[in-house]
Write a protein that binds this ligand. Structure first.
Ligand SMILES: C[S@@+](CC[C@H](N)C(=O)[O-])C[C@H]1O[C@@H](n2cnc3c(N)ncnc32)[C@H](O)[C@@H]1O
Length: 225
């Protein structure tokens, strides 16, 4: 599953890429990194109700409904965070989680173990430069994170490369036109129409998942090559 020539070193259940010279690939700490231990609390008590004007359980319900029939697939998540996917992804899938934050991934390791996933792996890597081989995954998830990526085009190119041609990409992301509480949401925000155009520009089909949850848009893009 790893690209030829990639070597990793496992520390407390999290894989780090070993660079030429032997050092481990690390990233500028994300804003949540220092608060890893508080991350879930902040998401539930502040980000969902105050920033998104939405509800965390509703979020899990919407995604859970989409993923209900997904079993024994090779699932890649870009920006795993502390592992919230355990709340909506069936635990018989083969899960690969990635994030630039080792602190959050260490929480994810525990959450996936507790949720009964038998096959789950975690890599410190950026969503726009993945260490995985072509055609390695059947489904890709990117939840509440697209706004933090520096280069959405590079991200989509990587998704298309590492996913099989029939794979689905399922995303959840805040969009300005749904932000009825007019909060300040960090990162680069695109509208639903812009996401449609960006996906179609990469040869992906775009479909909105009908749902209401504050500022959050849910959509599916299908990789077709
Ligand atoms: C709001 S959190 C969402 C995490 C998780 N998906 C969830 O729903 O709780 C955003 C995540 O994006 C990660 N992130 C930011 N930039 C990234 C990048 N370039 N590549 C991979 N992950 C990134 C952060 O470390 C953080 O875990």
């Amino acid at each position: 599953m790893l690209k030829k020539g990639i070597t990793v070193s496992n520390k407390k259940g999290v894989h780090f890429i070993v660079e030429d010279g032997g050092s481990l690939l690390k990233f500028k700490p994300w804003l949540g990194d220092a608060f890893s231990f508080l991350y879930d609390f902040i998401m539930e008590k502040s980000i969902f109700p105050q920033k998104f004007g939405g509800d965390m359980n509703r979020h899990y319900e919407i995604l859970g409904k989409e993923l209900l029939g997904v079993h024994e697939k090779r699932v890649l998540e870009l920006a795993t965070g502390s592992g919230s996917a355990v709340n909506f992804l069936p635990n018989d899938n083969h899960y690969t989680g990635t994030d630039i934050s080792p602190g959050l991934l260490r929480k994810a390791v525990k959450n996936f173990r507790t949720a009964g996933f038998k096959d789950a792996e975690f890599y410190v890597t950026s969503a726009d430069d993945l260490p995985f081989d072509d055609d390695s995954f059947d489904l890709v998830l990117c939840i509440l994170s697209l706004n933090f990526f520096n280069d959405i085009h590079r991200f989509l190119q990587e998704v298309k490369r590492v996913a099989v041609p029939t794979a689905l990409l399922i995303c959840s992301v805040p969009v300005p036109e749904r932000n009825k509480v007019h909060s300040t949401i960090r990162g680069t925000l695109y509208s639903e129409e812009e996401f449609r155009k960006i996906c179609e520009g990469h040869g992906l089909t775009y479909e909105t998942i009908p749902s209401e949850n504050g500022a959050l848009l849910y959509f599916i893009a299908t990789a077709q090559r």
